[in-house]
Design a protein around this ligand. Sequence first.
Ligand code: PGA
Length: 257
Amino acid sequence: MEKIVVGNLKMNISSVAERDRYFESFKKELKELKVAKTQVVLCVPAVHLESFAKKIKSKIVSIGLQNIFWEDKGSYTGEISAVMATNLGAQFVIIGHSERRKYFGETNSENNLKIKAALKSKLTPVYCIGETKDEKDAGNAAQVIIEQITEGFADLSSTQAQKVVIAYEPVWAVGSDSIPTSDEILEVKILLKKIFAEMYGLPVVEKMTVLYGGSVKAESVDQVCNQPGLNGVLVGRESLIPRDFFKIVSAIEKGNM
Ligand code: PGA
């Protein structure tokens, strides 16, 4: 089974000098890396897309963005389209990250439009879902996830649905130091399979790609990914330090799923 480690650089790397230092350290670590079944994706700030796509040429590493708008072009000040992303070297895009839902009020139905735009431009969407602490405490986590999936995947064909990577990122675990237990993650994996079975049937369930995200570190990879049998992880903070990021990649590669 192919595994994926997605790095989310968020709104970091503020200068060309800082970017050059990142490249240097990333390439050094990449040289040492031995992987046969793990794909690495780096989702960078849009201003850095072209330079990352040109500087990091490797079969193991793909470049992605952290958001797109759903229209192809036109009067949408400040937005970036899937077409632009693809033409400038992106292969992936994160959609519906909890920080976008929180600070920009993104809804499931807007994310549905973004997923469709990404697929139309041959970008692989990494669709983030997950409950907040309040939703978890109120016992509503499953309901929230069901809505995020059914509304986010609305009108997608089964061929389209199986191209979307789902990242389960409990909001309370993102940027914190708490992580769910393997059993809690396994429960969500089972729930996702049930929803997909109802929406698309069993053959599509077999092809689902599900990642875990939220405070992932090399030491926690077993708990959050290998034990619950997921396909990989989405990494925030640790992706800013290539050395730590590649330790996570190696831990994923070694896990026997
Ligand atoms: P974190 O971020 O690893 O820093 O918790 C994860 C994410 O936001 O995708």
